[in-house]
Design a protein around this ligand. Structure first.
Ligand code: NAD
Ligand code: DAU
Length: 351
């Protein structure tokens, strides 16, 4: 089959990646979408069940750190675009094991940059290397203010430092070698298929199981939440319409203090589970704080709105309810990802 473009998505079996792969496969049947994923604990091909049969989809299991593997992959598929999402993504894990973050997020990104540069040679026409990053690179805000694209970098966890390094390296390849790059820095995503170590699915899962709801520190840490499909749409738009060399901030304009968000989830879950109003809130337990916990993130996404016309579509009330409903309807998925059964299966399947 002749395709108009062949796009490599890294980390396409993860939370955001799987939503992006689904969107691109359906929206661009004339694009060949190749999903490269190592299938760590966070990667799950089950997330792509609905689309894996499509003729414009291919999956490759592999590690972005492995330069030889990448060389073979570029030779095989002749990519003209890359959207790079593969990463170690959980802040708490980065505190207990920074090295895997250095390996994947920094070394892996450089391996991918080298592969693109080498394979594309001097002919960068119509090529794009799009790096998906996080608002955490900007550090921590006080009560006021927003991160803009020109805010100085001030990462404070091993995770955000590794993402900041990768952003710098992507920009260095643009300035030094002329590699055509794009970067976006997004706020906290939520929605279906998020691994239940992150705040929202962890709370939903625990409420459903009548387990304690661990709120770090005083619970007044603030995040800006974005519905994951809105993020996927923003990535699609930036990939197609963004100006080469530019950075775009993506945010939900939807700030919540953690404690208020957890209480809102308790209310939604009480309704969905038919429990007495206020009963889930009793599960809230304040626990030891995350070391170096960033107080507040808030994104100014006006550049993306003014230049490319993007705005989030799903509001929090609707999004949180859809998310809670999805987790309640997909307890099998939840059981499998938390039990590690799917990991055993993939190891058996793919070696
Ligand atoms: P995730 O942890 O759910 O998924 C990461 C995926 O990358 C998994 O499928 C995993 O198997 C794969 N992977 C990990 N190491 C790999 C390697 N060495 N080689 C190949 N594949 C590998 O992450 P996510 O939440 O979907 O985040 C995706 C990207 O978006 C990350 O780069 C993250 O920094 C960024 N981001 C996430 C959020 C968020 O709220 N989740 C917000 C802004 C930016
Ligand atoms: O801002 C974008 C980032 O958002 C992404 O780059 C990261 O990949 C993603 O994991 C997310 O990072 P956070 O650290 O903000 O997300 P997390 O869900 O881990 O935590 C959200 C907030 O909730 C944070 O203030 C810590 C707090 N928290 C988290 C957990 C897991 C709790 O209070 N209790 C918990 O059990």
């Amino acid at each position: 089959m002749n395709f108009k473009r062949t796009i490599l998505i890294t980390g396409g079996a993860g939370f955001i990646g799987s939503h992006l792969v689904q969107l691109l496969l359906k929206k661009y049947p004339d694009y060949h979408i190749v999903n490269l994923d190592k299938l760590t604990y966070a990667g799950n091909l089950e997330n792509l069940k609905e689309v894996e049969h499509l003729p414009n989809y291919s999956f490759e299991r592999g590690d972005i750190v492995d330069a030889d593997f990448l060389a073979g992959l570029f030779e095989k598929y002749q990519f003209d675009g890359i959207i790079h999402l593969a990463a170690e993504s959980h802040v708490d894990r980065s505190i207990s094991n920074p090295m895997s973050f250095i390996e994947t997020n920094i070394v892996g990104t450089v391996s991918l940059l080298n592969a693109a540069k080498h394979f594309w040679g001097d002919n960068f026409q119509e090529k794009i290397f799009y790096h998906v990053s996080t608002d955490e690179v900007y550090g921590s805000l006080g009560e006021e203010g927003f991160f803009t694209e020109t805010t100085s970098y001030d990462p404070r966890s091993p995770y955000s430092a590794s993402k900041a390094s990768s952003d710098h390296l992507v920009r260095a390849y643009y300035h030094t070698y002329g590699l055509p790059i794009l970067i976006s820095n997004c706020s906290n995503n939520y929605g279906p298929y998020q691994f239940p170590e992150k705040l929202i699915p962890l709370m939903i899962n625990n409420i459903n199981k009548d387990k304690a709801l661990p709120v770090y520190g005083d619970g007044k840490y603030t995040r800006d939440w974005l519905w994951v499909e809105d993020h996927a749409e923003a990535i699609d738009l930036i990939f197609h319409k963004g100006k080469i060399g530019q950075t775009y901030n993506i945010g939900g304009n939807n700030e919540w203090k953690n404690i208020d968000l957890v209480k809102a989830l308790c209310q939604i879950m009480d309704e969905l589970l038919g429990k007495e109003k206020g009963s889930s809130e009793q599960l809230i337990t304040f626990v030891k704080d995350r070391p170096g916990h960033d107080r507040r993130y808030a994104i100014d996404a006006s550049k993306l709105k003014n230049e490319l016309g993007w705005e989030p579509k799903i509001q929090a009330e609707e999004g949180l309810k859809m998310t809670a409903q999805w987790y309640l309807e997909n307890t099998d998925w939840l059981e499998r990802v938390t039990s590690g059964a799917y990991q055993d299966y993939y190891n058996e399947m793919y070696g």
